[in-house]
Design a protein around this ligand. Structure first.
Ligand SMILES: [Zn+2]
Length: 246
């Protein structure tokens, strides 16, 4: 059993060349998004074109949200509003949104007032909120997902997911945190961010990791001046399709 995903974006918040770091994981009933950057309709269209999968704003069934920095969550407003409109006129369910309770508690504030609908709206009109505490596991399609707090200056989380024997770790945004990397490295593939410290992880720290971790690690959340010659770690490519456990 394998785990398949398309890399939607690899850029940091300041990238002029790449969409924000994000991915879509395929499962039997649709797609699980890892983060939801702007402009999400364009991001999804590019991911569909690259993968040749039926990845659309309507086939996103689930979202894992790492944190509330705009380059990771600004697409939620348009996607949520689109799905609210579709939900009213069809049987298409709202997307499930998994995140830490402390992140979910602030999400409505981030989306309003564009979606407030004259004071009558609420977050549950747009998403089915699924708060997930560290240590809990959720079944998303046929994927088992779990989270662990990251170190990023605001509440943030890393994710692990598993289908059968195939597993993926996704750091989200975090400063260098060796215990977190060890947790992620229990997975077959680790996708780790890199950008300028202190709230992000610099390349020297990742370069100093043991080879046993480095050989299963790929990089995302890169600035446009990222120098691939500064590391033997391989950066992800936007539009790349990864098959874990094949
Ligand atoms: Zn961030």
């Amino acid at each position: 059993m394998s785990l398949e995903l398309v890399i939607l974006g690899i850029g940091s918040a300041f990238s002029a060349r790449s969409w924000g770091s994000s991915a879509a994981v395929r499962h039997p009933s649709g797609f699980l998004l890892i983060d939801c950057p702007d402009p999400i309709f364009h991001v999804l269209a590019d991911g569909a074109s690259a993968s040749q999968w039926n990845l659309t704003p309507d086939t996103v069934t689930d979202i894992l949200l790492t944190h509330l920095h705009g380059d990771h969550c600004n697409g939620l407003e348009a996607l949520g509003f689109h799905r609210w409109l579709r939900h009213r006129k069809s049987t298409l369910p709202l997307p499930n949104l998994y995140t830490l309770p402390i992140v979910a508690a602030r999400l409505w504030e981030r989306l309003a007032p564009a979606m407030d609908r004259a004071g009558e709206g609420c977050l549950a009109d747009y998403f089915r909120i699924c708060p997930l505490e560290p240590g809990q596991r959720a079944l998303v399609g046929d994927l088992e997902v779990e989270c662990r707090p990251a170190s990023h200056g605001i509440p943030a989380t890393s994710w692990r997911m598993r289908r059968g024997n195939a597993s993926l770790g996704w750091s989200g945004d975090t400063e260098f945190n060796r215990a977190l990397i060890d947790w992620l490295a229990e997975a077959d593939l680790v996708i780790h961010e890199t950008s300028a410290p202190p709230t992000h992880t610099g390349l020297p720290e990742l370069n100093s990791l043991p080879e046993s971790i480095r050989r299963k690690m790929r990089l995302t959340h890169m600035p446009d001046d990222f120098d691939p010659n500064a590391t033997s770690l391989v950066p992800l490519r936007q539009g790349e399709v990864l098959v874990v456990g094949a």
